[in-house]
Write a protein that binds this ligand. Structure first.
Ligand code: FES
Length: 88
């Protein structure tokens, strides 16, 4: 089974900019995994300072299998996860 490592930044700025909504969306997707037939293990964690704060307007930051997504939204993150789960 494929594995996806998803990290959501939990710094104050990312939380203020919507990190919790992204986290909720990922948790919902994990619950729907069976119905969507996603053959992938999704490991999700919240970590502080995952981005190194390279730019001021990067928040919220999500890292999926080492790919950094700046200014992430639940829609962008869900789309990326679904795409990666479907790739062979
Ligand atoms: S640690 Fe969250 S944006 Fe840099």
């Amino acid at each position: 089974m494929k594995r996806l490592q998803v990290q959501v930044c939990a710094c104050n700025k990312c939380i203020m900019m919507g990190a919790m909504e992204i986290m909720d969306s990922i948790e919902s997707l994990k619950k729907l995994k069976v119905q969507l037939r996603l053959q992938t293990q999704i490991d999700v964690a919240m970590d502080k300072k995952i981005c190194g704060c390279l730019s001021d307007d990067a928040s919220p930051v999500v890292v999926i299998n080492e790919e950094v997504i700046e200014r992430a939204t639940p829609e962008i993150v869900m789309e990326k996860i679904v795409k990666l789960t479907q790739r062979k």
